[in-house]
Design a protein around this ligand. Structure first.
Ligand SMILES: Cc1cc2nc3c(=O)[nH]c(=O)nc-3n(C[C@H](O)[C@H](O)[C@H](O)COP(=O)(O)OP(=O)(O)OC[C@H]3O[C@@H](n4cnc5c(N)ncnc54)[C@H](O)[C@@H]3O)c2cc1C
Length: 387
């Protein structure tokens, strides 16, 4: 096992970090305040190849695998300090693109992936419902076959990219009597008859990422948009993407931790109180040490999950992915808390990006499976397979 980055990965990291510093960071505060999704920035991310990084080149991607995609995510999180845009990227590339690439038909890949890679179309995933969050197996959205179409009825909530998305991976019940093994996945296009999206929800953090409800009222989905096997889509897609989600989607949070460590170290060395830089005080040094430990351990956990995916060990990576998700989410929030503490009153003021980092980080222990659910997964794998 070797996690030293290749020269190509180091180059990608430097390029994307510098891109994010120039193109994302300067406008991040204003976009955060206005709760604005930046379409022009999105197009640039497409031109840079970031939106299709893991997908094969024949579909417009870069063919670079999960580990390099994580390196890109860390670089964007580090340079951009814009958790919303990186969350939008994660929902688009990982939650929508990866299932189509890994579980879709050749026709589905050819139709959707090139536009996902270029950013012409924005993707997302609709799993959560008002009455089914952590307990995703109990979704109520129903899909019934009628001729050569499926008719969907129900709603989804908290969906990243909801207001702007062109296609969503949607989870719906097809055979209620089969319970978990009767839930399918569909690619629902936003111009489908009977589909609508709600308003951009007003959020605490990740405000540059649009979030909304999705509604399906006798929504017509052509049968060729069934993703994966009928009734088994939910199980198969979840097995395929969980490790991706719990590595690549967390990578920007690791980048955020790296950025916080850097900002706090510089600030502590220059801020003088009692005629000494505050970095002389052991209390501040201990906080900086905590930030360093969170960043180093978090990065290694995320990279290890991604490395396992690239080795074709996605299923085996399930426990590792849950450990990484739990640790990085909790560490990202603690990092953001300490970053404000080190900056004192200035950290509480919006002009300092640590304030935004504090709000943006809060989603980490909720989205993509809460910390409590990660602990249940780790416990379950421990009871089934031992330590
Ligand atoms: C900004 C944002 C973006 C999101 N983007 C998406 C998206 O793109 N697609 C999508 O499908 N969803 C998305 N979500 C939804 C997110 O995945 C859910 O919010 C999350 O899974 C938790 O579900 P819930 O909110 O219904 O909370 P609940 O499941 O109701 O949980 C409430 C509390 O109960 C705890 N709890 C629940 N069950 C258990 C248990 N068995 N054991 C112990 N504790 C438990 C939870 O850990 C939590 O603390 C997003 C959410 C937000 C806020």
């Amino acid at each position: 096992m070797e996690f030293t980055l290749t020269d190509e990965q180091k180059m990608i990291y430097e390029q994307l970090r510098s891109f994010a510093e120039k193109e994302m960071l300067p406008t991040a505060l204003e976009r955060d305040e206005k709760q604005e999704f930046d379409q022009a920035l999105w197009k640039k991310l497409g031109q840079m190849g970031i939106l299709g990084m893991p997908f094969p080149t024949q579909y417009g991607g870069q063919g670079l695998g999960a580990l390099t995609t994580c390196v890109a995510g860390v670089a964007l999180g580090r340079g951009g300090a814009d958790g919303g845009t990186t969350m939008t990227w994660g929902a688009h590339t990982i939650l929508c693109g990866v299932p189509i690439w890994r579980r879709g038909t050749e026709e589905q890949r050819k139709k959707f992936l090139p536009k996902i890679c270029s950013g012409e179309w924005i993707g997302g995933m609709g799993m959560t419902e008002p009455n089914a969050g952590s307990d995703a197996t109990h979704v109520q959205t129903r899909a019934v076959k009628k001729g050569n179409k499926y008719i969907l009825n129900g709603s989804k909530t908290f969906i990243t990219n909801g207001p702007y998305g062109h296609q969503f991976i949607v989870i719906a019940v097809t055979s209620p009597e089969k319970k978990t093994f009767g839930v399918s996945t569909f690619i629902v296009e936003s111009d489908s008859k009977g589909f609508s999206a709600g308003k951009h929800m007003n959020k605490l953090g990740q405000r540059t990422s649009p979030t909304s409800e999705l509604f399906f009222e006798d929504c017509e989905v052509p049968e060729e948009n069934l993703l994966d096997e009928l009734d088994m889509g939910f199980v198969n897609v979840a097995r395929t993407i969980l490790a991706w989600e719990r590595s690549c989607l967390l990578a920007p949070a690791v980048g955020g931790m790296e950025g916080a460590l850097d900002k706090c170290t510089k600030y502590a060395k220059t801020r003088v109180q009692f005629k000494r830089p505050i970095s002389d005080f052991q209390a501040i040094q201990h906080m900086l040490v905590d930030l360093k430990i969170f960043y180093e351990v978090g990065k290694n956990l995320v990279y290890r999950t991604a490395w396992m995916i690239d080795q074709g060990r996605e299923l085996e990576a399930m426990q590792q992915a849950a450990i990484g998700k739990y640790f990085v989410s909790e560490a990202a929030i603690k990092t953001a808390y300490l970053a404000i503490q080190i900056h004192g009153g200035y950290g509480y003021i919006k002009e300092y990006p640590v304030e935004r980092g504090f709000r943006d980080s809060r989603i980490a222990t909720i989205g993509g499976g809460t910390s409590e659910i990660q602990k249940s997964i780790i416990a379950r794998t421990l009871m089934s397979f031992g330590s």
